[in-house]
Design a protein around this ligand. Sequence first.
Ligand code: FES
Length: 145
Amino acid sequence: MKRRVFFERLITFGAISGMSLISLFGVFPSFFSTRRTSTKLVLGTEEELFKQTSFITKHIDNRTFIMKKTAEGTIEAFDAACTHAGCPVQWNEIDQTFLCKCHGGIFDAQGLPLAGPPKKPLNKLTVKKRDITEELIIYLDNEQE
Ligand code: FES
C-alpha cells in the first residue's frame, strides 16, 4: 500500500469514527453523561414496617430518611437533612413536627418550615408500592425508573 493511500484511508476512517461518536452522543446523551441513576430503597411491606410504629428512620450512604404513616394511612418519606445547614431532623410523633436540634429548626408534618432558621421545606421523596409484593419503595433522588 502506498503512503498516500494509507493516509487517505486513515483520514476517512478518522472522519467516520468521529461522526459516529458525535451521532452516539447526540442520540444517547444520557448514556454517556455522568448523572447518577435512580437510587431506590426497597423497605418491606406496609404491614411489616408500620406494625408497631407510625414512623421509621433509615440510614443509607451517609443519608438519613424518615418514612411515616399519616393518620389517614398515607405513607410519606422525607430526606432528614435539614434545609438550613444539613443536620439530621427527627420526627416528633407527639407534636407531629420534624425538629432539628442544631439550631432549633422546626418543620410541620408536610416538611414545611415553621420556626427557626430553615426557609426551605424538607425534601419530600416519592414512595411507591410494588404491585405484586406490595413492598414500599422510596426513591431517594426523586427519580423513578
Ligand atoms: S441545620 Fe437545622 S436549623 Fe440549622
